[in-house]
Design a protein around this ligand. Structure first.
Ligand SMILES: [Cu+2]
Length: 353
């Protein structure tokens, strides 16, 4: 073994001497052409590649709009949603205009001032006027956007108690949602995670008289045109109650109650007739039918056709089945809503079973 190691060491020593000799040889030689210094030809190639890349990102942006604009959300189903959409549109237009201009300047300058043996760079220290312009324009635009955003935010987040909102609790668990209505008094009973027992899965305090008529459901029904104040709780980890069609999202945090209020303006039935939704549903069903054919050919049941429904989703990656954490929301007339709610058992009824 020792002899083998000695041989290895001798071989390695020989290789290193040979390598060092090569390095000295290379260091002595004086090449006439410096391949590492860009020639005018190299500079031209890179300059034109820069412009080609600019064209590529512009074309890519146009194609993205062309092909995927239809995947955007349809018209908002809530009152405040239109304000969020307008804020989003204004922000996107500003970002796009700024992006198109700055990308053009960046690439065009790199192209026009590409390396050239004849040209020499001008020494130009600074220009106060130019710096003033490119500082003050973004400051004014951004301040305007931020103030506009803050006003929109305050407008959406402030709940006016005089509106007499319908109180609904959204309870998040790995991996499902439950909703709790306040019952006839529209007041939720106190609840605590320590009181979870048997079928009382939300830990509603059985001693609280407000909780007796609470109704716990797994499908959310909302009356159209009435303000709903959601009170969010989480049992285990961070979840996020996300209702994309209503442009609403709020974190559900263990140990605290967060809230969000919205007024649904379009019933589920009406939304199903919306052109954008009809187009989407048809497209999904086309994809499903080709999949169904393959399933039937293999001797399986075909897929059910897809029907549009509003959804409450979880928008925090809260665990392995996060993707499947959703609850159907049905927006309907006040009459239908009341009829549905009357059928749901109260907590007292459930506990006495
Ligand atoms: Cu979740």
């Amino acid at each position: 073994m020792t002899a083998f190691l000695v041989i290895i060491v001798i071989i390695l020593f020989g290789i290193s001497v040979w390598q060092m000799n090569r390095i000295f040889q290379l260091a002595k030689a004086k090449p006439t052409v410096h391949s590492e210094i860009a020639s005018d030809k190299d500079n031209n190639t890179h300059g034109y590649l820069m412009m080609a890349f600019l064209a590529f990102i512009y074309i890519l942006a146009i194609l993205c709009f062309w092909y995927w604009a239809e995947t955007l959300l349809p018209e908002s189903g809530s009152e405040h949603g239109a304000k969020i959409d307008t804020l989003m549109l204004v922000s996107m237009i500003l970002i796009f205009v700024a992006g198109i201009i700055t990308q053009w300047l960046l690439h065009y300058f790199a192209f026009i001032y590409r390396g050239n043996k004849v040209k020499r760079a001008t020494f130009y220290a600074d220009n106060d006027k130019l710096e003033f312009i490119w500082t003050i324009i973004p400051v004014v635009v951004l301040a305007g956007l931020i103030i506009y955003g803050l006003f929109t935010w305050t407008d959406i987040m402030n709940v006016d108690k005089d509106d007499d909102p319908l109180i609904v609790e959204l309870y998040a668990q790995q991996f499902n949602w439950k909703a709790r209505y306040g019952g006839n008094d529209n007041t939720l009973g106190e609840a605590n995670v320590r009181l979870i027992e048997g079928i009382n899965q939300l830990g509603v305090d059985p001693a609280d008289p407000n909780g007796q008529d609470d109704k716990i459901v797994t499908e959310l029904h909302l009356p159209v045109g009435r303000k709903v104040l959601f009170k969010m709780r989480s049992q285990d980890v961070l979840h996020s109650a996300y209702m994309p069609h209503f442009r609403a999202q709020m974190n559900c945090v263990p140990g605290m109650i967060t809230q969000f209020a919205l007024t649904p303006t379009i019933t589920t039935e009406e939304m199903r007739l919306n052109d954008h939704i009809v187009q989407k549903v048809n497209h999904i069903n086309e994809l499903r039918s080709s999949k169904s054919e393959a399933l039937v050919a293999a001797g399986n049941e075909p897929l059910e056709p897809y029907v549009f429904d509003y959804l409450l989703l979880c928008n925090k990656i809260c665990g392995i089945s996060h993707y499947n954490m959703q609850m159907k929301i049905i927006v309907e007339s006040e009459v239908d809503y009341k009829a549905w709610l009357a059928e749901q058992p109260t907590l007292a009824e459930q506990l006495s079973k």
